[in-house]
Ligand binder design. Sequence first.
Ligand code: SAM
Ligand code: MG
Length: 221
Amino acid sequence: TRTTRPQRLLRAVIINAVRGDPDSVIRAIDHFCKHTEWAMNIGDEKGAILDSVVMETSPSTVLELGTYCGYSAVRITRLLPPSTRLITVEMNPDYACVARQVIQHAGLQDKVCVLEGQSADLIPKMAEMFGIQTFDFVFLDHWKDRYLPDIRLLEDCSLLAQGSVVLADNVVCPGTPDYLNYIRSNLNYRSRFYQAHLEYTRVLDGLEKSEYLGCRQGKRQ
Ligand code: SAM
Ligand code: MG
């Protein structure tokens, strides 16, 4: 039977990364994706930007939409304060299964909950399932046409508080024009762009960091 790309990525982690060492798991995945098979992890270049935004936010509650193999989950979680947990949402059960094993290899299984299902179904259940009131940090990296509906859903469910930081990947490639237009023209957010390249390539891409200022006024115009 043929293996899938996530299964081959997991195998590279198990063979090459030191158990319990998140940095070596990250290095093993980056090496596999640069030299063997490209995969849609945030990667090392944009990953360094993700790291710095996580560190400056120092969040107590964190949500990631789009887990895939758990690469960014490992990156984020290794930087979290001791009591902080990451909730990460993945609709593909095979990817979620790989992600749990990658996270386990990094020794971070007690700090991460990989939730299987669609973001639109799970966002409204965060309060009931986890007792979450608001998220201090949200990382958007699922399908690009879901960024806009899901940020609006997070707002409608009152899951953002003043000072919450939303970081969105791939706002240039593949691009999220409706989301960027919404967030940049919205007086309830202060937004800035970090230019970089699509993971493991020279193609231009970037991240958009948007701080929620609290519900103030409607959209500009
Ligand atoms: N954040 C990961 C990283 O950097 O390591 C990469 C995530 S990958 C780009 C996007 C993932 O989002 C895919 O695994 C896909 O199955 C998942 N996904 C897409 N739309 C989703 C949705 N609406 N709800 C849950 N998961 C979704
Ligand atoms: Mg991405």
